[in-house]
Design a binder for this molecule. Structure first.
Ligand SMILES: Nc1nc2c(ncn2[C@@H]2O[C@H](COP(=O)(O)OP(=O)(O)OP(=O)(O)O)[C@@H](O)[C@H]2O)c(=O)[nH]1
Ligand SMILES: [Mg+2]
Ligand SMILES: [Zn+2]
Length: 324
């Protein structure tokens, strides 16, 4: 692997040269964990931390490094972690408002194209596609809409026509990741471009990631039988390099009501609650007073913060009363 295959170019080299002092090396953030980042460099993947100086200089959370960022790194001493000294200027940033808080959250940086992934089984919803288009429009990345699981419908053409009414001029593809029918979408990686996949849980983002990588890099999971909704299988954003060129960023599924909207309600802050909710007796459980609620049980056990659940319930009520 070389940084060039990860999207490093002359512009980035000159940004790096202008900002970075001696002894720093360039890299790209490929994963984000609670306390550290995975950063790909010409010397392999390094574990890196953010020094306090960078944290203090950030005006808002989205200024801090995220998946897809190009950074200047100082190598660690001995086996210690490297330090991210600079975040290089972004050519695009996929940002939404964080859930339950009035702050921006970076989903992915330096993305050339975003695949908005949808599917005929349960997920198909034009207003949601419009909200995702609005999010992409603010990012400086180009949108592409992918109708996955085309094998599950006899009317993929009709669905594509409906999508076209809300997405004039946006490239549309009907594919089947599971059946290995993805022709037409690989060209979006030409020139080592970076593509991020966004959409609801269960639409097949990780299945498509694996298909585009040619290997089973990401775990996937059957959707729920009774309502075809996903199980929030992917919990972290991660960037993968393709042998055939270009990079893919797979992301956790977004909840329908929590996609970008006027009041900016967002998703993965509540991925923990969503994951627990699969165990609730009622599929439409609001985790308030319903019997056999797995989410309240987790609070009772001390595994989930009661305040966090209260925020979630407040948000869900607000979303319901405003008709979403
Ligand atoms: N019939 C059919 N099923 C598919 C297709 N693509 C994916 N699936 C199935 O859909 C289910 C969910 O796929 P995932 O790839 O885990 O979905 P995801 O979007 O990554 O979900 P999260 O990680 O929860 O956001 C799996 O059982 C897949 O096998 C397809 O083209 N056709
Ligand atoms: Mg996934
Ligand atoms: Zn519940």
């Amino acid at each position: 692997m070389t940084l060039e295959t990860l999207g490093w170019n002359r512009q980035r080299q000159s940004d790096f040269a202008a900002r970075a002092e001696e002894n720093l090396i360039p890299g790209r953030v490929v994963s984000e964990h609670r306390s550290h980042f995975g950063v790909a460099t010409d010397a392999g993947e390094l574990s890196a931390e953010i020094p306090g100086r960078l944290r203090n200089a950030a005006v808002q959370r989205s200024d801090l490094p995220g998946v897809g960022d190009f950074v200047a790194l100082r190598r660690g001493v001995a086996d210690g972690p490297a330090a991210i000294e600079e975040v290089l200027p972004r050519t695009s940033a996929l940002i939404r408002k964080a859930s339950g808080e009035n702050r921006p959250q970076l989903l992915a940086a330096n993305v050339d194209t975003v695949f908005i992934v949808t599917a005929p089984d349960g997920d198909f919803n034009l207003p949601r596609i419009e909200r995702l288009l609005a999010l992409v429009a603010d990012s400086a990345a180009a949108p592409v809409i992918v109708l996955n699981k085309a094998d599950l419908t006899d009317d993929a053409a009709g669905m594509m026509e409906q999508i076209a009414t809300v997405a004039p001029g946006v490239p549309l593809h009907a594919i089947s990741a599971r059946a290995h029918r993805i022709s037409g979408i690989e060209r979006h990686f030409d020139g080592n471009r970076t593509i991020a996949l966004i959409g609801s849980s269960g639409v097949g983002k990780s299945t498509l990631t694996n298909e585009l990588l040619g290997r089973a890099a990401q775990a996937t999971q059957e959707v729920r039988a009774h309502d075809s909704r996903g199980r929030h299988t992917t919990t972290h954003r991660q960037l993968f390099l393709r042998v055939r060129g270009g990079c893919i960023i797979d992301t956790p599924g977004m909840r329908g009501v929590e996609v970008w909207s006027t009041d900016g309600v967002a998703d993965s802050t509540f991925a923990d609650i969503e994951a627990l909710a699969v165990g609730c007796k009622f599929s439409n459980c609001r985790h308030e007073a319903e019997p056999k609620c797995a989410v309240r049980a987790a609070v009772a056990r001390g595994d989930l913060d009661a305040e966090h659940l209260a925020t979630y319930v407040r948000r869900a009520r607000a979303a319901t009363s405003s008709g979403r």
